[in-house]
Design a protein around this ligand. Structure first.
Ligand code: 2BA
Length: 109
């Protein structure tokens, strides 16, 4: 068994959950916050048999879009002014950051 942990953008989370459930995957959706942007994203926990991991990854890939996002500058406030960028910078936020972990035991009581 494997645990797939996928960090996706909020905009894709509803569609992704529907697709996972439609394909008989069991998933838990958690509200999360990205450390870099400090804005909301969504983390999925998907426990599945090894042979279904590829299908789950395909669904994640097909339902999560990569997008450009503007990052507002943060004043250095006494920090290192050399690296301060005074204008918004556009960055690419990935469709999904995915981890696949082996599961030793799964129990339900
Ligand atoms: P955030 O940490 O808010 O990062 C959002 C986007 O900012 C990242 O997109 C990346 O394009 C950029 N970014 C992050 N750290 C950076 C840095 N030190 N320098 C320059 N740019 C940086 P993604 O890489 O697609 O990540 C999207 C979200 O997925 C992340 O949100 C975070 O919540 C999660 N994530 C990504 N990699 C992770 C990892 N190794 N461990 C845990 N969570 C991860």
């Amino acid at each position: 068994m494997k645990m797939i942990i996928a960090v996706v953008q909020d905009k894709d989370s509803h569609r992704l959950l529907n697709e996972l459930v439609e394909h008989n995957f069991r998933a838990t959706k958690l509200a999360s916050t990205g450390g870099f942007l400090k804005s909301g994203n969504t983390t999925f926990m998907i426990g599945t048999d090894d042979i279904r991991v590829e299908k789950a990854l395909e669904i994640i890939k097909n339902n999560c879009e990569s997008r450009q996002q503007l990052v507002a500058p943060v004043s250095p406030m006494g920090g290192n002014a050399d690296s301060y960028v005074p204008y918004p910078v556009e960055i690419q936020v990935g469709g999904a950051a995915v981890f696949v972990l082996p599961i030793e035991t799964f129990m339900q009581f």
